[in-house]
Unconditional design. Sequence first.
Length: 138
Amino acid sequence: MNINIKNITAASFKKYGYVIAYDSRKSENFQIVLKESDAVGWRIAVSKIENKRIYKVARHPNSMESFEPMEGTALICVAPAESPKDFEIFLLDKPVCLFRNIWHATLTLSEHSLIKICENANVDSEEYHFENAIEISG
């Protein structure tokens, strides 16, 4: 399977979520990029990614989720809620926030990658298992 690794831009990523960025066109020095109206609690985690292939993707119907690269060269596999087989793979070189129900998984091109993740404190999860592993060689 020939997989095209895409670059994350606001336009290329808009159906999955958005890029977390400072908007220099605004005058505010403190810009909120996500505000939950419900009091759900949240958690911050650091995920060490060592896998070079993925066998499954997951989605969370009750939580948005941020992925913020910290170390290494990471990739993020994302697919729309209605079709986990229609995935795209992006170079995770900037922080992003995924919408609820977006199928996702991470892998690394480095020996390992570190990714900061922020999400609701209690996350419901569903999984979809691929028939064959998705592997990036390089």
